[in-house]
Design a binder for this molecule. Structure first.
Ligand code: ADP
Ligand code: MG
Length: 370
């Protein structure tokens, strides 16, 4: 097969209906190296690819025309293979790096236009960051580590210890405040890192693969804990991961990143049922749909059903709603022994899930595939 010419101008930007986004990136580009601006010109004029940018301008392409926004209380995941530009993208949000082009708004304020003092204040008051392998201060106790940002802010000892204890409770490490980091396992240290970010009480959490280095079991526990506390504390979170399972477990919406481009932004159900291209399709191929796909996706409309089964009598068939997932539809079908489930909306039957459609839905095929 002939190799397609590589191009960078394929970025697709999808927007949600966030009216007041907490984080907003608009047409963000990052080309590493001194000649980023020149490289961008060439990309726009000549539509050259990544390899050619590196060859001619000596700079790697990190992020390509990324636009997205994250709403209040939302967990927005960015998922992609290693090297796809996830860390580059998230570092723009607290301006650890400056974009080659584009803007980032934090609660409506352009962070790329802030002076040093404004930037320092925004970072300290609004944004917490958690990385993979959080470096804790080895000579400070766990409690002192968690309270450190408050100490820097001049909060008095009693108050900062109270806040630190509270943050340690949230991550279920309240018994470990007096210990030192090297007495804790890797997973516990990550939780201390999270507690440290929480102690500063930021509106926004940036989490760059915070659980990626941990064992699967601990990872799952931390994911659950994080979900629980993010609901409780109403944080707005940008969560980076290379693991689609994790993105699906955690994210309200997911952006899939490839070679610096956000190739698809959507809910977990969107991503799994309508992958935008082969890259996304390959990612989602092995994902279980049981808790991701809902009746509205697999049901037949009532008209189509009646055409196909003019003889069928729906009286006595069990009822369900359009937002029940495949897993609970299976329960209904198995426990009643029925072949059809009526999908009801405001007392009316809007569609029918047949046995065949349900099984096809689990496979990821069309409901009426023979
Ligand atoms: P990810 O976090 O998805 O693994 P990164 O954002 O770290 O990806 O990297 C994206 C691309 O940018 C890679 O090709 C990487 O080599 C390049 N890159 C990252 N940091 C730098 C840097 N400081 N200087 C030059 N190129 C970089
Ligand atoms: Mg990274």
């Amino acid at each position: 097969m002939e190799k397609q010419p590589e191009t960078l101008l394929t970025g697709r930007s999808s927007e949600s209906a966030n009216s007041n986004p907490v984080i907003e990136c608009r047409n963000l580009w990052k080309i590493y190296g001194d000649r980023g601006a020149e490289a961008m010109e060439a990309i726009k004029k000549e539509n050259i690819g990544k390899e050619e940018v590196l060859e001619r301008f000596g700079g790697g392409v990190g992020v390509v025309d990324a636009s997205f926004s994250v709403g209040e209380g939302e967990i927005f995941c960015i998922m992609g293979l290693s090297g796809s530009g996830k860390s580059t993208l998230v570092r723009h949000v607290n301006r650890l790096i400056d974009p080659t082009a584009g803007t980032v708004f934090i609660e409506g304020n352009d962070i790329t236009a802030m002076n040093r003092a404004e930037l320092r204040r925004t970072r300290a008051e609004k944004i917490g960051m958690v990385f993979q392998n959080m470096a804790l201060l080895p000579h400070k106790s766990v409690r002192q580590n968690v309270a450190f940002s408050l100490e820097l802010r001049g909060v008095d000892r009693k108050e900062r210890n109270r806040i630190a204890e509270r943050a340690l409770e949230i991550v279920k490490l309240e018994k470990w405040g007096a210990s030192y980091p090297d007495e804790l396992s890797g997973g516990m240290q990550q939780r201390v890192g999270l507690a440290r970010a929480l102690a500063a009480d930021p509106h926004i959490l940036l989490m760059d693969e915070p659980f990626s280095a941990l064992d699967p079991l601990i990872r799952r526990q931390l994911q659950d804990q994080f979900l629980e506390l993010s609901v409780k504390m109403k944080k707005t979170t940008l969560f980076i991961t290379h693991d689609l399972d994790e993105a699906i477990r955690i994210g309200h919406r997911i952006a899939i990143m490839k070679d610096g481009v956000l190739v698809q932004i959507g809910t977990p159900e969107d991503i799994v049922t309508k992958p935008a291209d082969k890259y996304v399709a390959d990612f989602v191929a092995g994902i279980s749909r049981l808790h991701l796909v809902y009746a509205h996706t697999v049901m037949w409309s009532i008209g189509y059903f009646q055409k196909k089964y003019p003889e069928a009598d729906l009286n006595g068939c069990p009822e369900s709603s359009a937002d029940e997932d495949l897993d609970s539809l299976i329960d209904v079908m198995v426990s009643t022994g029925a072949k059809f489930i009526r999908i009801m909306e405001s007392g009316n039957c809007v569609g029918v899930v047949t046995q065949g459609a349900l099984l096809r839905g689990i496979q990821g095929k069309e409901p009426d595939e023979e």
